[in-house]
Each structure stands twice: as C-alpha cells, then as structure tokens.
Design a protein around this ligand. Structure first.
Ligand code: BTN
Length: 270
C-alpha cells in the first residue's frame, strides 16, 4: 500500500472514542471494550461481566478461531469482535441468533459494496469471496444456556491473504481505498440491533432473500465423518437449518454445526 493510503488506513483504525461518539444503537455497544491485541475475543468475553449488549473488540487476535476448528486470520485492519447477548432478552430468536447477526452484518456491509449471505454464516461478494465470518458460542450455567457470545470477523483494511485463503477478500481490496473501521462497526451494531427486534419469520425471510445458497447446487460435507450430500438447497427453515433436495429426490435437513457447504458458485461443485 502507498504511504498516503497507509496513513489513511491508520486514521481509520478502531478507536474507542470515535466509536462511542458515532454509535447510535441503544443496547449493542453500550458497554464497549477495545483491545490492541487479544488471543481471541471469545477468551476476553470469558473474563468480563456478562452484560447483555456488551461488545468486545480487538485490532488483532493471536489465536482467532473460525468454524469447525479452523483458524481465523486476524491481522491489523480487520474488525474482530464478540457480542454478549442474554438468552432471556433474545426470547424466541435465540436459536437463530447467528442468522440474525448475518442479516445485520449483510445490511451494514451492503452500504459499501454488494454482498450476500452464504449459509450458514459467511458474508461474501457476489463473486464468492469471503468478507466476514460469524461464529456463535453458548455460555451455560448448570444445564441452562444463559448467554450467547457471537464472534464476528470482518475483513476491512487487511489485505494480502495467504495462499490458503484464496476465497478471502476485504473491503479495501474491493474498493481500492481504506474504509473507516469505526463507522463500519457502528453500522453493523446499529443494523444488528434493529434485526434483533424482528420476529423469527421476518429474520429468516430476509436471511433467505439475501442468501446465495438458496436455489444453488451445493455439496454439504459433514465435518465429523467427511460424508457428502450433493443436491440443491431449496429452503432455510425457521430454525436456521438448510433443506437440501438431493440429486435422487430426497429432502435432507442439515445443521450449521455439523456441515460446511461448498460449490455455491459452481467452481468447486463436482
Ligand atoms: C468463520 O469460520 O467463518 C467464523 C469466523 C469468526 C471470527 C470471529 S473474529 C471475532 C471472534 N473471535 C474469534 O476468535 N473468532 C470470532
């Protein structure tokens, strides 16, 4: 990046005062923690008080985690944060919280560039490059899940992804100039707060409309066994699962915790 662009990117980096001044949401971000570096915002969340709406944000993570045991590359320039949410406050939408957050993030990023949701929890460009991933962890007390930690990683001003991340991109790679991380984070929190006020049906309706996986040919791979199902994703259910019509006409419901889906762009669907 040229020096002038680099300086601009620095001016746009996360800053607690800027976020607090810009933020118009009422609950999300009311308590905000910002760190230069953490292992993972999930680890920090385990040390902090459980208050609904808390946002724990970091400029870098040394041990960022992705879905299905993968590593989440978390260099400076991306936005990495966890939302602490109370199950009691979320009510009926708690089982689809990942979908709800995907809708909020998709709304916010689409103010910068066209993007879609890839089931279950990626935000991608129409060409299939990943801009954001979402991973949800439950906090249990005794037998009850009382709080949820939604971890969101957005590629903003980070560039030069490794060879193993050929399907990753960032806003600055797409736009050719840096984006204000503070404004984007506030946009995500504000849009997500609005989505959390919708009911289950409206959330899944909007999710389905923005979801590239629906009506696409897919290959669903079970993480534990490596087994695969090939077919067309015909629907997202109200519980967030995807219904796949297999090539021999069976309907199979797949759950985000057990499968990953490939081939929504055709490039790696065999
Ligand atoms: C995915 O695999 O697509 C999910 C990626 C989730 C990354 C975010 S970054 C903030 C939070 N902390 C982590 O360690 N992971 C999540």
């Amino acid at each position: 990046m040229p020096d002038s662009t680099n300086a601009e990117a620095k001016a746009y980096s996360l800053n607690a005062h800027k976020i607090t001044n810009l933020l118009k949401s009422n609950v999300l971000g009311d308590k905000l923690y910002l760190y230069d570096e953490v292992t993972s915002t999930f680890d920090k969340a385990n040390e902090l008080p459980l208050v609904h709406g808390t946002v724990i944000c970091a400029k870098r993570q040394s041990g960022g985690c992705g879905r299905l045991g993968r590593i989440w590359e978390s260099r400076e320039g991306g936005i990495y944060f966890s939302l602490i949410l109370s199950v009691a406050k979320l009510g009926e939408i708690y089982p689809i919280i990942t979908n709800a957050c995907a809708v909020g993030v998709q709304r916010a990023i689409s103010h910068y560039t066209p993007c879609l949701i890839k089931w279950p929890n990626d935000i991608i460009t129409p060409e299939g490059k990943k801009l954001c991933g979402i991973l949800t962890k439950m906090r249990t007390m005794g037998n009850d899940t009382t709080f949820i930690n939604v971890g969101i990683g957005i590629n903003v001003n980070n560039i030069n992804f490794g060879k193993e991340l050929v399907y990753a991109t960032s806003l600055s790679e797409i736009l050719g100039s840096p984006t204000d991380e503070n404004k984007l984070l506030c946009g995500v929190l504000e849009e997500t707060e609005k989505v959390l006020c919708l009911d289950k049906k409206n959330i899944i309706d909007e999710y389905s409309k923005q979801c590239i996986t629906v009506n696409s040919k897919v290959r669903a791979i079970y993480a534990a066994s490596g087994d695969e199902i090939k077919g067309t994703c015909v629907k997202i259910e109200e519980d967030g699962s995807a219904i796949i019509k297999t090539d021999n006409g069976d309907y199979i419901s797949v759950n985000s915790g057990e499968v990953s889906v490939r081939g929504v762009y055709g490039e790696n669907y065999v």
